[in-house]
Design a protein around this ligand. Structure first.
Ligand SMILES: Cc1cc2nc3c(=O)[nH]c(=O)nc-3n(C[C@H](O)[C@H](O)[C@H](O)COP(=O)(O)OP(=O)(O)OC[C@H]3O[C@@H](n4cnc5c(N)ncnc54)[C@H](O)[C@@H]3O)c2cc1C
Length: 381
């Protein structure tokens, strides 16, 4: 095995152990309570899952995108909510890694890597979701600082973060060329947390409004140049969408594994009576999960190999929407096969089905991913 393959395998093994021993026993409770699991955040931090994409020089794990996906998949196999914590930490971090000055990185990244700090990614607004280019949050330069005003919504970890990666417009007329990223620290005057969303799925993940009222942010906390925000966002999403795909694959695999055990226990796999229908469904589910996994790791590999000219953005979008559509289908079928039992909390399948629905929506809806794919196809030769 090559060094890279060994390193990836060790991330998978570690994540599988943590998932089995630490996360799985908490999964149902996290869903029922709908509360942020601080104990899991602590465990992830200890194992390096919250600093996967942070470079070594800042105390991080310097892992590649494939390893990041493996960790997301293993945890989602038992609890999709808890897997999102790992992913969002990386999503909030990447713009800092890619666009922060060395001084800003030295200030922020070691706190995330070594001091259990959390970060979130604030893009969506009440009137700007899929059409991210139309953000209304404004950042106005006044001397050596910016004044930021706006309202973000549906922000994962909004109520628990120590740092906020915020996207605002510094020039609304320029649309995407006017979007600029900033890091805002918790406790900065004018930064506050609004309502916490009560969601149908991914309930263990904290989702809130984030309000910015005359928030003064030093120029040194700007990410890259003015107007560089859109590209920082896109480069971040290229890395995180395969991880969301991996989260969906883990979730779908978890549902399939559970269904197989159930089917064996009930004799549904024995070829009797109506079991042929179940067998065909199991076969189709297994094929679809494997196909989704192959696409996710192809997209991750493309990111890791960094070969110029490869359509990483398209594969990243494909992996997110295909895998989450598979997760939706597999969990829905699994609930159907268990019939009334599938609807009860005695089995984890109804939770998994609710979680799958949410994955189709966040990190860019599956409709938007299809648009990215079609756009790339149509502009290629
Ligand atoms: C649990 C959860 C966590 C989230 N976490 C974060 C976070 O941490 N940070 C963050 O910034 N955001 C976050 N979001 C927001 C998420 O990314 C947005 O919900 C998503 O991008 C869609 O935006 P919207 O809800 O405003 O829907 P809209 O953009 O209003 O879209 C509504 C519907 O129209 C469809 N649609 C829109 N435009 C088109 C089009 N051009 N063509 C075809 N169909 C279209 C969409 O697919 C959707 O079905 C989160 C959302 C959820 C549910």
């Amino acid at each position: 095995m090559s060094d890279i393959a060994e390193r990836r395998e060790s991330w998978r093994t570690k994540a599988r152990e943590v998932a089995k021993n630490v996360v799985a026993p908490r999964a149902a409770e996290i869903d029922t309570e709908g509360e942020f699991a601080w104990d899991l955040a602590e465990a992830y931090s200890k194992h390096g899952f919250l600093s996967l994409l942070i470079p070594k020089e800042y105390g991080g794990m310097d892992a590649d995108v494939t390893s990041f996906c493996l960790v997301a998949e293993e945890i989602a196999n038992v609890c999709a909510s808890s897997s999102l914590l790992v992913i969002v930490q990386a999503v909030g971090t990447m713009p800092v890694v890619l666009g922060g000055t060395s001084g800003l990185k030295e200030r922020v990244l070691p706190r995330l890597a070594k001091e259990k700090g959390l970060i979130c990614f604030c893009l969506t607004e009440p009137d700007s979701g899929s059409d991210a280019a139309s953000v209304h949050t404004k950042a106005v330069l006044q001397g050596d600082h910016y004044v930021i005003n706006g309202r973000k919504c549906f922000i994962t970890n909004g109520g628990v973060a120590d740092f906020y990666t915020v996207f605002a417009t510094t020039n609304p007329d320029k649309r995407i060329e006017g979007i600029t990223g900033f890091v805002v620290e918790k406790g900065t005057p004018g930064l506050s947390v609004g309502k916490t969303e009560e969601k149908m799925g991914i309930r263990g993940s904290n989702t809130t409004e984030v309000i910015l009222e005359d928030v003064k942010v030093p120029v040194a906390q700007r990410l890259g140049d003015e107007g560089a925000g859109w590209w920082l966002m896109m480069r971040t999403l290229n890395r995180s969408r395969p991880a969301i795909g991996a989260q969906a694959v883990g979730l779908a695999q978890g549902a399939l594994d559970y269904l197989i055990q159930f089917a064996k226990g009930k004799g549904l796999g024995e070829g009797k009576g109506d079991s042929l229908g179940v067998r065909f469904k199991l076969a189709d589910m297994a094929v679809e999960v494997e196909a989704a996994r192959a696409l996710v790791y192809k997209a991750a590999e493309m990111m890791d190999e960094k070969v110029k000219g490869t359509p990483v953005q398209m594969f990243s979008a494909m992996s997110k929407y295909f895998a989450s559509d598979v997760a939706m289908k597999v969990t829905t079928e699994a609930v159907q096969i268990l019939q009334w039992q599938g609807l009860t909390k005695k089995h984890p399948l109804e939770r998994m089905m609710r979680d799958a629905k949410v994955i189709q929506i966040f990190e860019g809806t599956n409709q938007i991913q299809r648009m990215v794919v079609a756009h790339t196809l149509l502009k290629s030769k």
